[in-house]
Design a binder for this molecule. Structure first.
Ligand code: 13P
Length: 258
């Protein structure tokens, strides 16, 4: 983390979990476990249908709402899609784009992710842009090349003033839901590399101000070490964000170096 130059963000990604009836008890437990003064921005990316219930149940919990996907289209005949203005309308301040699960199971490519990022920025929602390599790519030493391409493609046509609202999440595919976390050194190396790619496009100042998160089996036990790395400005947390006490512990782990 480097609080002098950029925001620290802890974002949960509930994926396709939880029911509306489970939200109130979850938010009550979360509130009980959260530190009294918030050391960072806290976001929960719930299924879109649950955003209003989460915001209502978490009224005094200071948790911002995020979505997990958005349509690239503004409005119209796109059955099943949800637009950025509809997300903004129900209170979403953040939205994940380009998660590897969407790239893999829904065939999302870098051009689509770029279009979705722009759609979000236009409606004032902060995109959390996910990038990450497969195990094969890591073993073939293609990690940075692949990630540099993903970052450049996602940010194509986005100017420096819009970049300030973007968050990048480095999520190695082999670490997602596997219990296999990247070591703090591996995660730092790639997050530093991502910042260098952004510096190459926008220059030193904008690059210094972008928050870069790590995601992939981040949990209550390993968060502190990962967050101690200079280029890791927070986390995007799947499994552990479904357990209120664990998620709160990760938030607390950002208190270091405050
Ligand atoms: P896990 O924390 O369950 O590995 O998931 C990470 C993730 O995909 C967050 O977007």
């Amino acid at each position: 983390m480097n609080r002098k130059y950029r925001k620290t963000v802890i974002a949960g990604n509930w994926k396709m979990n939880m029911l509306a009836s489970e939200i109130k008890p979850f938010m009550e437990q979360l509130k009980e476990n959260m530190p009294k003064t918030r050391p960072c921005d806290v976001v929960l990316c719930t299924p879109a249908v649950m955003i209003p219930a989460m915001l209502k149940a978490g009224k005094d919990c200071k948790v911002a709402a995020g979505a997990q996907d958005v349509s690239k289209h503004e409005k119209g005949a796109y059955t099943g899609e949800i637009s950025a203005s509809q997300l903004a309308d129900i209170g979403a301040k953040y939205c994940i784009v380009g998660h590897s699960e969407r790239r893999e199971y829904h065939g999302e490519d870098d051009m689509l992710i770029n279009a979705k990022t722009k759609a979000l920025l236009e409606k004032g929602i902060a995109p959390i842009i996910c990038v990450g390599e497969s195990l094969e790519q890591r073993e073939m030493d293609l990690t940075m090349e692949h990630i540099a391409y993903q970052v450049k493609a996602a940010l194509s046509g986005i100017d420096a003033s819009q970049l300030r609202r973007c968050i990048i999440a480095y999520e190695p595919i082999w670490a997602i839901g596997t219990g296999k976390t990247a070591t703090a050194e591996q995660a730092q190396e790639v997050c530093q590399g991502i910042r260098a790619v952004i510096r190459g496009i926008y220059g030193a100042r904008p690059a210094r101000a972008v928050s870069i998160l790590y995601g992939g089996s981040m949990n209550a036990a390993n968060a502190e070490e990962l967050l101690a790395q200079p280029d890791i400005d927070g986390g995007l947390i799947g499994g552990a964000s479904l357990k209120p006490a664990d998620f709160a512990t990760i938030v607390k782990a950002t208190e270091q170096g405050a």
